[in-house]
Design a protein around this ligand. Structure first.
Ligand code: ZN
Ligand code: ZN
Length: 368
């Protein structure tokens, strides 16, 4: 009965705007994307079957981004990898899950500490008091560190502090805009920013209850789920969820179908770690952002990071200044990577290459 009550409560809460909202990462801001503050849950995520009882919940493009989730059905309940940027998004996800199986969510796995991957934890905890939230040891630490990067409990306050400025800019842009469609999109973005701010203010940060040092194997209602920490990459605590029988892996942002985000990352380690990931026997990747991709994408993505590091090292040895490097390397790597890294309105090659070069320069050459 408790489950029914919770579900009713969840549905009542769905009356709120279910807009998928996100980011203070300026490189992910995208004001040209058509976005709607009032969005049905099916427009937030599309559940795509990857194996029997295993789904990639692919997040729709919004002004404020949500991460993908992996949804794993077991006889005992549902396991969800990553919980998006806010409780209304994870409530929308929960509603969709209940549409395919009326079972409780028993475990949430957080792939890393970034805000768009864990800020929705609280709604799963509200739906099941026995919920377990699993993350790597490093991720659990990062979630309470004051300066871990773009995520964690202290980062909620930073988002609350930054949003009014972002909203002022949107208001100014709305005033200036003469094109009706673009104006409408900006107004919608402003609504999303406002509702996101309200959610942040009432957020109940819900932290991992169980941690993984290197490996943890869960035997869940007939399904084997391996959790692996394989080295530093996108962050120092990336956790991979691997289903050996179904040959599926959920990677968080350590492997995405966008350009990588390096700010809290370790470029050289990332290449090595992805090499270790590829040793696992999987055929499908549920990435942190973008569509479900085949295993071959791992080598492509690793190849990009490796080529980027090599290009930055070469340009630096040749005495190039950063601005020069950014322009030159952007063009140099474009034939191999631009088209495949620009499939979505967010995280595209030209949006991020300059930032990628700068981060690799700082982290690999300057060791900052
Ligand atoms: Zn992300
Ligand atoms: Zn991330």
């Amino acid at each position: 009965m408790a489950q029914l009550w919770t579900r009713r409560q969840v549905l009542a809460q769905m009356g709120m705007a279910a807009a998928a909202v996100h980011t203070l990462d300026p490189h992910e801001l995208c004001c040209t994307v058509a976005a709607h503050a009032q969005t049905a849950s099916k427009d937030l995520f599309e559940l795509k079957k990857v194996a029997d009882g295993v789904y990639g919940a692919i997040a729709a493009t919004r002004y404020k981004v949500n991460c993908n989730a992996a949804v794993i059905m077991t006889d005992d309940g549902v396991i969800v990898v990553d919980s998006h940027s806010k409780p209304s998004a994870s409530r929308a996800m929960y509603q969709q899950i209940q549409g395919i199986a009326k079972k409780p969510v028993i475990k949430v796995i957080n792939t890393h500490f970034h805000w768009d991957h864990w800020q929705g934890n609280e709604s799963y905890a509200a739906s099941n008091p026995k919920l377990e939230i699993i993350a790597s040891e490093r991720t659990k630490e990062n979630l309470t560190k004051p300066d871990a990067g773009v995520g964690g409990v202290p980062y909620i306050e930073k988002q609350i502090a930054a949003l009014p400025g972002e909203m002022d800019k949107l208001k100014a842009d709305i005033q200036k805009e003469t094109d009706t469609t673009k104006k409408g999109n900006l107004e919608s973005n402003l609504q999303q920013a406002e509702s996101f701010l309200q959610e942040l203010k009432s957020m109940k940060p819900t932290l991992p209850t169980r941690t993984v040092g290197t490996t943890l194997t869960l035997k869940e209602g007939g399904r084997e789920i391996q959790l692996h920490v394989l080295g530093r990459g996108h962050t120092n605590g990336d956790l991979y969820t691997f289903l050996p029988k179904e040959k599926v892996i959920a990677t968080g942002d350590a492997l995405i179908d966008w350009m990588p985000f390096f700010n809290d990352g370790y470029p050289e380690d990332w290449v090595t770690t992805l090499g270790a990931v590829e040793k696992l026997e999987f055929t499908h990747i549920i990435p942190g952002h973008g569509e479900v991709v085949p295993k071959s994408h791992a080598a492509f993505f690793r190849g990009y990071i490796g080529d980027l590091i090599a290009a930055v090292k070469k340009a630096s040895a040749d005495g190039a200044a950063l601005a020069e490097m950014q322009a030159k390397i952007g063009d140099q790597l474009a034939p191999k990577y631009e088209a495949a890294m620009s499939k979505y309105p967010l995280g595209r090659y030209r949006d991020r290459i300059g930032q990628n070069v700068e981060m690799v320069y700082k982290k690999v050459i300057q060791k900052a």
